[in-house]
Design a protein around this ligand. Structure first.
Ligand code: CA
Length: 180
C-alpha cells in the first residue's frame, strides 16, 4: 500500500519538483558577466569559438589573436539586465590594393552595426541594446568583408594563413549615463 502511494507520489510530484528546483536555481543565481577579454590564454581560453587563430604577442608584448576567416565567434556571459557597449581594439590585415576592411557585429545572430576598420590598431565601440542579450551565454559574431593570405598578397611573405583582423582586447561595458 505504502509502496503504491510512494510510486504515485513520485510520479505526480517528483518531476514538477525537480523542474521547480531548476527554475528556482536559475532565477536566483545571478550569472557572472564577461567584462573583459585580453585575448591571452589566461582570460580568453574557452571564450573564442570558430574562426580564430592561436594566441600571439606584438613586439611590445601585447597579446592578440587573428580572426582567420570571414567570421569569428566569441562567447560572452551576460546578465541581460541592460544595454551594453561592446568595445574592442583591433586592426585589419592590410596589403597593397586591399579594399577597406569592414566588420559587422552580430549578437545572437542579430545584426548590430557595420564599421570600416582603419589600417592601424584602433579602439571601436558598438552599442548593443538590452533586447539582444540573453541571460547566460551569448554569441558575438564578427563578420569581415575579406580574409586573405599574406603569402598571396604581400611580396616575400610566407604566412599561409588567411587573416581578416587581429584583436588585442574586448570589453563589455554599461553605457555611461548622459551628462547633464
Ligand atoms: Ca591583449
Amino acid at each position: 500500500m505504502r509502496r503504491v502511494w510512494f510510486r504515485a507520489f513520485s510520479t505526480a510530484f517528483a518531476a514538477p519538483l525537480v523542474l521547480f528546483g531548476l527554475i528556482l536555481t536559475g532565477a536566483c543565481r545571478t550569472p557572472e558577466e564577461t567584462r573583459s577579454l585580453n585575448f591571452d590564454p589566461e582570460t580568453t581560453t574557452g571564450a573564442l569559438g570558430a574562426g580564430w587563430d592561436g594566441f600571439e604577442k606584438t613586439e611590445l608584448g601585447d597579446t592578440f589573436v587573428w580572426a582567420h576567416g570571414r567570421e569569428a565567434r566569441v562567447s560572452i556571459v551576460s546578465r541581460a539586465d541592460g544595454d551594453r557597449l561592446v568595445r574592442f581594439r583591433c586592426w585589419p590585415f592590410v596589403f597593397p590594393g586591399a579594399p577597406p576592411q569592414t566588420l559587422t557585429l552580430f549578437v545572437n545572430d542579430q545584426k548590430t552595426d557595420v564599421l570600416t576598420l582603419g589600417g592601424e590598431p584602433r579602439v571601436y565601440a558598438i552599442a548593443v541594446p538590452r533586447a539582444l542579450w540573453k541571460r547566460g551565454a551569448n554569441e558575438l559574431k564578427f563578420v569581415f568583408v575579406y580574409a586573405e593570405s599574406p603569402k598571396d598578397r604581400v611580396s616575400g611573405a610566407t604566412d599561409e594563413r588567411t587573416l581578416s583582423a587581429a584583436f588585442d582586447w574586448l570589453e563589455i561595458l554599461r553605457p555611461q549615463p548622459a551628462k547633464k
